[in-house]
Design a protein around this ligand. Sequence first.
Ligand code: NAD
Length: 260
Amino acid sequence: MTDRFLTGRTAIITGSNSGIGLGIARALGGAGADLVINSFTDSAEDHALAERLASDHDVTVRYIQADMSRPDQCRALVEQAGRCDILVNNAGIQHVAPIPDFPAERWDAIIAINMSSAFHTTAVALPMMRNGGWGRVINVASAHGLTASPYKSAYVAAKHGVVGLTKVTALETATDPITCNAICPGYVLTPIVEKQIPDQMKTHNMSREDVIAKVMLQRQPSGEFVTVEQLGGTAAFLCSDAAAQITGTSISVDGGWTAL
Ligand code: NAD
Protein backbone atom coordinates (compact mmCIF):
# COMPACT_ATOMS: atom_id res chain seq x y z
CA MET A 1 0.00 0.00 0.00
CA THR A 2 1.41 3.39 -0.93
CA ASP A 3 0.63 6.17 1.53
CA ARG A 4 -2.11 7.87 -0.55
CA PHE A 5 -3.48 4.76 -2.30
CA LEU A 6 -7.10 5.96 -2.06
CA THR A 7 -6.54 9.26 -3.91
CA GLY A 8 -9.47 9.85 -6.27
CA ARG A 9 -11.86 7.63 -4.26
CA THR A 10 -14.83 8.94 -2.30
CA ALA A 11 -15.75 7.33 1.02
CA ILE A 12 -19.09 7.77 2.79
CA ILE A 13 -18.96 6.92 6.48
CA THR A 14 -22.27 6.90 8.38
CA GLY A 15 -22.24 8.06 12.01
CA SER A 16 -18.80 9.61 11.73
CA ASN A 17 -18.81 12.73 13.92
CA SER A 18 -17.34 10.69 16.80
CA GLY A 19 -15.83 7.39 17.88
CA ILE A 20 -15.08 4.56 15.45
CA GLY A 21 -16.65 6.31 12.43
CA LEU A 22 -14.38 9.30 12.94
CA GLY A 23 -11.37 6.99 13.39
CA ILE A 24 -12.18 5.26 10.10
CA ALA A 25 -12.75 8.61 8.37
CA ARG A 26 -9.30 9.77 9.55
CA ALA A 27 -7.63 6.56 8.29
CA LEU A 28 -9.32 6.72 4.85
CA GLY A 29 -8.66 10.47 4.57
CA GLY A 30 -5.05 9.81 5.54
CA ALA A 31 -4.89 7.37 2.63
CA GLY A 32 -6.09 10.15 0.30
CA ALA A 33 -9.84 9.43 -0.01
CA ASP A 34 -12.30 12.31 -0.22
CA LEU A 35 -14.80 11.96 2.60
CA VAL A 36 -18.49 12.34 3.29
CA ILE A 37 -19.05 12.34 7.03
CA ASN A 38 -22.46 12.11 8.63
CA SER A 39 -24.66 12.15 11.68
CA PHE A 40 -28.26 13.07 12.47
CA THR A 41 -27.22 16.48 13.90
CA ASP A 42 -26.38 19.62 11.92
CA SER A 43 -24.30 21.67 14.31
CA ALA A 44 -21.50 24.18 13.80
CA GLU A 45 -19.17 21.56 15.36
CA ASP A 46 -20.16 19.00 12.70
CA HIS A 47 -19.18 21.38 9.89
CA ALA A 48 -16.04 22.54 11.73
CA LEU A 49 -15.02 18.88 12.05
CA ALA A 50 -15.37 18.44 8.27
CA GLU A 51 -13.13 21.48 7.73
CA ARG A 52 -10.57 20.17 10.22
CA LEU A 53 -10.45 16.74 8.56
CA ALA A 54 -10.05 18.37 5.13
CA SER A 55 -7.06 20.43 6.26
CA ASP A 56 -5.50 17.61 8.34
CA HIS A 57 -5.57 15.17 5.42
CA ASP A 58 -5.56 17.47 2.38
CA VAL A 59 -8.74 15.93 0.95
CA THR A 60 -12.27 17.17 0.23
CA VAL A 61 -14.65 16.56 3.14
CA ARG A 62 -18.39 17.18 3.18
CA TYR A 63 -20.64 16.86 6.20
CA ILE A 64 -24.13 15.62 5.22
CA GLN A 65 -26.84 15.45 7.87
CA ALA A 66 -29.04 12.34 7.61
CA ASP A 67 -30.91 10.37 10.24
CA MET A 68 -30.02 6.70 9.79
CA SER A 69 -33.25 5.64 11.52
CA ARG A 70 -35.10 6.93 8.42
CA PRO A 71 -34.91 4.82 5.22
CA ASP A 72 -35.49 7.87 2.99
CA GLN A 73 -32.64 9.79 4.66
CA CYS A 74 -30.27 6.80 4.41
CA ARG A 75 -30.87 6.69 0.68
CA ALA A 76 -30.71 10.50 0.33
CA LEU A 77 -27.29 10.55 2.03
CA VAL A 78 -25.73 8.42 -0.72
CA GLU A 79 -27.68 10.19 -3.47
CA GLN A 80 -26.56 13.60 -2.19
CA ALA A 81 -22.94 12.44 -2.01
CA GLY A 82 -23.28 11.76 -5.75
CA ARG A 83 -20.39 9.31 -5.80
CA CYS A 84 -19.53 6.36 -3.58
CA ASP A 85 -16.46 4.16 -3.97
CA ILE A 86 -16.26 3.18 -0.30
CA LEU A 87 -19.31 2.83 1.94
CA VAL A 88 -18.76 2.37 5.65
CA ASN A 89 -21.98 1.53 7.49
CA ASN A 90 -21.04 2.50 11.01
CA ALA A 91 -23.86 4.46 12.69
CA GLY A 92 -25.10 2.71 15.79
CA ILE A 93 -26.77 3.10 19.16
CA GLN A 94 -27.18 0.84 22.17
CA HIS A 95 -29.73 0.13 24.91
CA VAL A 96 -29.20 -2.32 27.74
CA ALA A 97 -32.17 -3.93 29.54
CA PRO A 98 -33.64 -7.39 30.20
CA ILE A 99 -36.10 -8.48 27.47
CA PRO A 100 -39.30 -8.02 29.54
CA ASP A 101 -38.27 -4.43 30.33
CA PHE A 102 -36.81 -3.58 26.90
CA PRO A 103 -38.80 -0.64 25.45
CA ALA A 104 -40.31 -1.57 22.06
CA GLU A 105 -39.38 1.89 20.76
CA ARG A 106 -35.65 1.25 21.59
CA TRP A 107 -35.86 -2.16 19.85
CA ASP A 108 -37.22 -0.49 16.69
CA ALA A 109 -34.63 2.31 16.77
CA ILE A 110 -31.69 -0.09 17.20
CA ILE A 111 -32.88 -2.38 14.40
CA ALA A 112 -33.39 0.65 12.12
CA ILE A 113 -30.10 2.46 12.84
CA ASN A 114 -27.75 -0.49 13.44
CA MET A 115 -29.08 -2.84 10.75
CA SER A 116 -31.67 -1.55 8.26
CA SER A 117 -29.69 1.63 7.47
CA ALA A 118 -26.93 -0.54 5.97
CA PHE A 119 -29.46 -2.14 3.62
CA HIS A 120 -30.76 1.23 2.42
CA THR A 121 -27.35 2.87 1.87
CA THR A 122 -25.98 -0.25 0.16
CA ALA A 123 -28.99 -0.36 -2.18
CA VAL A 124 -28.10 3.09 -3.53
CA ALA A 125 -24.31 2.68 -3.37
CA LEU A 126 -23.93 -0.58 -5.33
CA PRO A 127 -25.08 0.83 -8.70
CA MET A 128 -22.64 3.75 -8.20
CA MET A 129 -19.80 1.33 -7.46
CA ARG A 130 -20.67 -0.78 -10.51
CA ASN A 131 -20.68 2.37 -12.68
CA GLY A 132 -17.32 3.41 -11.23
CA GLY A 133 -15.86 -0.08 -11.71
CA TRP A 134 -14.64 -0.48 -8.11
CA GLY A 135 -16.13 -0.58 -4.64
CA ARG A 136 -15.75 -1.49 -1.01
CA VAL A 137 -18.61 -1.93 1.46
CA ILE A 138 -17.48 -2.15 5.06
CA ASN A 139 -20.08 -2.88 7.71
CA VAL A 140 -19.10 -2.10 11.28
CA ALA A 141 -20.74 -4.99 13.12
CA SER A 142 -19.44 -6.13 16.52
CA ALA A 143 -18.23 -9.11 18.52
CA HIS A 144 -21.97 -9.07 19.30
CA GLY A 145 -22.55 -9.94 15.63
CA LEU A 146 -20.93 -13.32 16.37
CA THR A 147 -21.70 -13.92 20.06
CA ALA A 148 -24.32 -12.71 22.55
CA SER A 149 -24.52 -11.04 25.95
CA PRO A 150 -27.57 -10.79 28.20
CA TYR A 151 -29.58 -7.51 28.21
CA LYS A 152 -28.55 -6.56 24.65
CA SER A 153 -31.32 -8.28 22.67
CA ALA A 154 -31.84 -5.61 20.01
CA TYR A 155 -28.14 -4.86 19.54
CA VAL A 156 -27.15 -8.54 19.24
CA ALA A 157 -30.05 -9.22 16.84
CA ALA A 158 -29.14 -6.19 14.70
CA LYS A 159 -25.42 -7.00 14.58
CA HIS A 160 -26.06 -10.66 13.66
CA GLY A 161 -28.31 -9.25 10.92
CA VAL A 162 -25.48 -7.01 9.67
CA VAL A 163 -23.17 -10.04 9.43
CA GLY A 164 -25.86 -11.82 7.36
CA LEU A 165 -26.37 -8.79 5.12
CA THR A 166 -22.59 -8.64 4.61
CA LYS A 167 -22.58 -12.21 3.24
CA VAL A 168 -25.51 -11.55 0.89
CA THR A 169 -23.95 -8.29 -0.39
CA ALA A 170 -20.68 -10.15 -1.04
CA LEU A 171 -22.45 -12.89 -3.01
CA GLU A 172 -24.44 -10.39 -5.09
CA THR A 173 -21.22 -8.51 -5.97
CA ALA A 174 -18.90 -11.54 -6.21
CA THR A 175 -18.24 -11.11 -9.94
CA ASP A 176 -17.93 -7.31 -9.71
CA PRO A 177 -14.71 -5.58 -8.56
CA ILE A 178 -16.54 -4.89 -5.31
CA THR A 179 -16.08 -6.47 -1.89
CA CYS A 180 -18.20 -6.40 1.24
CA ASN A 181 -16.93 -7.33 4.68
CA ALA A 182 -17.83 -6.78 8.31
CA ILE A 183 -15.46 -5.55 11.00
CA CYS A 184 -16.35 -6.99 14.41
CA PRO A 185 -14.78 -4.90 17.17
CA GLY A 186 -14.64 -5.87 20.80
CA TYR A 187 -14.95 -3.07 23.36
CA VAL A 188 -13.68 0.35 22.25
CA LEU A 189 -13.85 3.23 24.74
CA THR A 190 -16.09 5.56 22.69
CA PRO A 191 -19.23 7.52 23.72
CA ILE A 192 -21.51 4.50 23.00
CA VAL A 193 -19.57 2.48 25.62
CA GLU A 194 -19.30 5.39 28.09
CA LYS A 195 -23.11 5.68 27.99
CA GLN A 196 -23.55 1.97 28.82
CA ILE A 197 -21.45 2.16 31.97
CA PRO A 198 -24.15 3.75 34.24
CA ASP A 199 -26.80 1.20 33.04
CA GLN A 200 -24.40 -1.69 33.56
CA MET A 201 -23.52 -0.33 37.03
CA LYS A 202 -27.24 -0.41 37.88
CA THR A 203 -27.95 -3.82 36.27
CA HIS A 204 -24.94 -5.52 37.90
CA ASN A 205 -24.86 -3.38 41.05
CA MET A 206 -21.16 -2.66 40.47
CA SER A 207 -18.78 0.33 40.52
CA ARG A 208 -17.58 1.92 37.24
CA GLU A 209 -14.15 0.29 37.65
CA ASP A 210 -15.73 -3.14 38.23
CA VAL A 211 -18.04 -2.81 35.18
CA ILE A 212 -15.02 -1.98 33.00
CA ALA A 213 -12.82 -4.76 34.41
CA LYS A 214 -15.35 -7.50 35.29
CA VAL A 215 -18.12 -7.03 32.67
CA MET A 216 -16.54 -5.37 29.65
CA LEU A 217 -12.86 -6.29 29.54
CA GLN A 218 -13.51 -9.62 31.24
CA ARG A 219 -14.80 -10.73 27.81
CA GLN A 220 -11.67 -9.39 26.10
CA PRO A 221 -8.70 -11.69 26.85
CA SER A 222 -6.17 -8.95 25.97
CA GLY A 223 -7.55 -6.94 28.91
CA GLU A 224 -7.30 -3.80 26.78
CA PHE A 225 -9.80 -1.69 24.86
CA VAL A 226 -9.51 -1.78 21.05
CA THR A 227 -8.60 1.68 19.65
CA VAL A 228 -10.31 3.63 16.88
CA GLU A 229 -6.92 3.89 15.13
CA GLN A 230 -6.68 0.08 14.98
CA LEU A 231 -10.17 -0.07 13.43
CA GLY A 232 -9.26 2.69 10.97
CA GLY A 233 -6.23 0.64 9.93
CA THR A 234 -8.41 -2.45 9.43
CA ALA A 235 -10.82 -0.49 7.22
CA ALA A 236 -7.95 0.93 5.16
CA PHE A 237 -6.54 -2.58 4.69
CA LEU A 238 -9.94 -3.77 3.42
CA CYS A 239 -9.76 -1.00 0.80
CA SER A 240 -6.30 -2.10 -0.40
CA ASP A 241 -5.48 -4.31 -3.39
CA ALA A 242 -4.24 -6.98 -0.97
CA ALA A 243 -7.85 -7.38 0.23
CA ALA A 244 -9.44 -7.63 -3.23
CA GLN A 245 -10.32 -11.31 -2.72
CA ILE A 246 -11.49 -10.88 0.86
CA THR A 247 -15.27 -10.70 0.67
CA GLY A 248 -18.25 -11.90 2.69
CA THR A 249 -16.22 -12.34 5.83
CA SER A 250 -16.16 -10.90 9.34
CA ILE A 251 -12.85 -9.62 10.67
CA SER A 252 -12.70 -9.73 14.46
CA VAL A 253 -10.69 -6.97 16.13
CA ASP A 254 -11.56 -7.97 19.66
CA GLY A 255 -8.45 -8.84 21.70
CA GLY A 256 -9.36 -12.54 21.47
CA TRP A 257 -13.02 -12.27 22.66
CA THR A 258 -14.50 -14.59 20.01
CA ALA A 259 -11.67 -17.12 20.44
CA LEU A 260 -12.95 -17.95 23.91
P1 NAD B 1 -20.34 6.54 19.06
O1 NAD B 1 -21.55 6.78 19.90
O2 NAD B 1 -19.11 7.34 19.30
O3 NAD B 1 -20.68 6.70 17.52
C1 NAD B 1 -21.92 6.43 16.98
C2 NAD B 1 -22.08 7.31 15.79
O4 NAD B 1 -23.35 7.05 15.20
C3 NAD B 1 -22.05 8.81 16.16
O5 NAD B 1 -21.37 9.51 15.17
C4 NAD B 1 -23.50 9.17 16.18
O6 NAD B 1 -23.72 10.54 15.93
C5 NAD B 1 -24.02 8.30 15.07
N1 NAD B 1 -25.46 8.09 15.10
C6 NAD B 1 -26.23 7.65 16.12
N2 NAD B 1 -27.53 7.65 15.76
C7 NAD B 1 -27.56 8.08 14.47
C8 NAD B 1 -28.61 8.31 13.55
N3 NAD B 1 -29.89 8.11 13.87
N4 NAD B 1 -28.28 8.77 12.32
C9 NAD B 1 -26.98 9.02 11.98
N5 NAD B 1 -25.96 8.83 12.82
C10 NAD B 1 -26.25 8.36 14.05
O7 NAD B 1 -20.04 4.99 19.19
P2 NAD B 1 -18.97 4.04 18.45
O8 NAD B 1 -18.46 3.14 19.47
O9 NAD B 1 -18.03 4.84 17.64
O10 NAD B 1 -19.93 3.19 17.51
C11 NAD B 1 -19.78 3.11 16.11
C12 NAD B 1 -20.21 1.74 15.63
O11 NAD B 1 -19.32 0.77 16.17
C13 NAD B 1 -21.61 1.34 16.07
O12 NAD B 1 -22.27 0.67 15.01
C14 NAD B 1 -21.34 0.40 17.22
O13 NAD B 1 -22.38 -0.54 17.39
C15 NAD B 1 -20.06 -0.28 16.74
N6 NAD B 1 -19.29 -0.94 17.79
C16 NAD B 1 -18.82 -0.23 18.86
C17 NAD B 1 -18.10 -0.90 19.83
C18 NAD B 1 -17.54 -0.19 21.02
O14 NAD B 1 -17.09 -0.88 21.96
N7 NAD B 1 -17.50 1.12 21.07
C19 NAD B 1 -17.85 -2.27 19.71
C20 NAD B 1 -18.35 -2.95 18.61
C21 NAD B 1 -19.06 -2.26 17.65
